[in-house]
Design a binder for this molecule. Structure first.
Ligand SMILES: NC(=O)c1ccc[n+]([C@@H]2O[C@H](COP(=O)([O-])OP(=O)(O)OC[C@H]3O[C@@H](n4cnc5c(N)ncnc54)[C@H](O)[C@@H]3O)[C@@H](O)[C@H]2O)c1
Ligand SMILES: [Zn+2]
Length: 371
């Protein structure tokens, strides 16, 4: 067994950074951070749920062993922390700790902590160093990589934010042992998404290793995460700011998902990852209907999502979405280009493309089948 964690490099020139993936890296965080900290002290941001687990103690001990002083700021758990009041409170607390331009902020949490602390790091002193230590599967495969940070507005999700790439991302799958099952599965939807849009071999590997993943086996998860993140890294490396359209492929399933989330008011009835699973199933149905994808590939993808315990039809979650409401919600989406609906469709397992020319009748038809 190699002691070296697998290392992925995000190729963004002087903003490039490494993503380290291996079981038990949390216990080596102090040593790993040593190489990049400009001062032997940092500000750690986490949420109250994580602060209650043994994981925060593991991180604090590792920092102490490496002689790194850490001030910990705990924010409330949940999406409501991605708000102006919480951002203000966090920034003022960090400033009160007496930071300078050489300071490093560590986001130790799920996507909420990563987005909030990441945005604080982007604006404090016009930008200080950020390290991501993601603690949910969603954050490990998706939100901690790529540099998008931000908070929500009453006008919509993630409307206030900045690109701020981290200096380092440390991914330890043993952190997922304390994660509630539903959160694990929601993150798995994004992990599978990366395979479905660009790595057919990874998809086959996931089919063969689903048991180990669902059993939260750290080496299996480390391999799945590493290969899934590699897909996002490659895309972000080619299209950092979503200008060439390639980064938009990461939105596979998301045109539907955002509408479903809007209709459930971002409440507990539907996690983002669950909405993405539903959305990918619909995107496959649409791709098959338009002749872009074979029926067999669509069936295989949906069968895997179901086997993992993810929903592929709203009825799996006791939800119902009238097609007309879904379409109206899509048309109100800020990402709709001049009111035109843009979908990412599948061209078969491991392949995806964007289309902005899809007749509403076809969308209605696949939504109507969605009992
Ligand atoms: N920046 C990006 O590119 C990007 C991409 C995708 C999603 N996001 C954002 O990510 C957010 C969702 O992230 P999330 O799904 O990680 O949610 P989250 O951060 O709310 O975490 C989910 C729940 O798990 C708890 N938790 C986290 N880690 C834990 C652990 N190891 N053990 C026990 N409990 C733990 C949290 O307290 C929370 O209750 C959304 O706000 C979304 O907009 C951002
Ligand atoms: Zn997503």
């Amino acid at each position: 067994v190699s002691l070296e964690p697998s290392c992925l490099h995000v190729p963004l020139g002087e903003r490039g950074y490494d993503i380290l993936v291996a079981p038990d890296l949390l216990d080596r965080a102090g040593e790993l951070l040593g190489g990049i900290l400009r001062r032997p002290r940092l500000v750690l941001v986490t949420d109250e749920n994580i602060a209650r687990t043994a994981q925060l103690d593991r991180l604090s001990s590792s920092l102490a062993r490496a002689g790194v002083a850490a001030e910990t700021i705990v924010v409330p758990a949940g999406e409501s922390s991605k708000s102006w009041p919480c951002l203000e409170e966090l920034c003022e607390k960090v400033l009160a700790s007496g930071i300078d331009r050489g300071a490093t902020l560590v986001a130790f949490g799920g996507g909420v902590v990563g987005d909030l602390a990441g945005f604080a790091a982007a604006v404090l002193l016009r930008g200080i160093d950020l390290v991501q230590i993601p603690t949910t599967l969603l954050a490990q495969v998706d939100s901690s990589v790529g540099g998008k940070t931000g908070i929500n507005s009453p006008h919509g999700k993630n409307l206030i934010g900045a690109f701020h790439q981290p200096r380092l991302v440390i991914v330890d799958p043993t952190l997922l042992r304390s994660l509630p099952r539903r959160e694990l599965l929601a993150g798995y939807a994004e992990l599978v998404k990366h395979a479905l849009i660009s790595d057919e071999e990874l998809f086959a590997w996931l089919e063969a290793h689903l048991d180990g993943i669902l059993a939260v086996d750290p080496p299996t998860l480390a391999e799945a995460i590493r290969r899934s993140v590699a897909v996002k890294v490659a895309i972000v490396g080619r299209d950092e700011r979503e200008t060439s359209g390639e980064r938009a492929l990461l939105n596979f399933g998301h045109t539907f998902a955002h509408a479903y989330e809007k209709l459930t008011r971002y409440g507990d009835a539907l996690r983002h990852g669950e909405a993405v699973a539903l959305g990918m199933a619909r995107a496959y149905a649409l791709s098959v209907r338009l002749g872009d994808c074979s029926g067999q590939d669509a069936v295989r993808a949906c069968r895997h999502l179901s086997a993992a315990g993810l929903p592929t039809r709203p009825s799996d979650l006791d939800l119902r979405f009238p097609p007309a409401s879904v379409i109206a919600a899509m048309q109100r989406d800020k990402k709709a280009e001049n009111g035109r609906l843009v979908f990412v469709l599948s061209g078969g397992l491991g392949r995806a493309h964007r289309r902005a020319d899809i007749p509403i009748e076809d969308v209605t038809a696949v939504l109507s089948d969605d009992a």
